[in-house]
Design a protein around this ligand. Structure first.
Ligand code: ZN
Length: 44
């Protein structure tokens, strides 16, 4: 399961949250659990 950073809104891989719950991009400590079906609109 992937997580989403609360600050930069980037997807954080599960491997990062295993050891330390911190966003690798901005260093934010608040991560939201992402679900398989993301409701956010994103162009593919
Ligand atoms: Zn972040």
């Amino acid at each position: 399961m992937n997580y989403k950073c609360f600050h930069c809104d980037k997807t954080v891989e599960d491997s990062y949250t295993q050891t330390r719950v911190r966003c690798p991009y901005c260093g934010g400590k608040i991560l939201c659990k992402g679900r398989s079906n993301v409701t956010k609109v994103k162009a593919r």
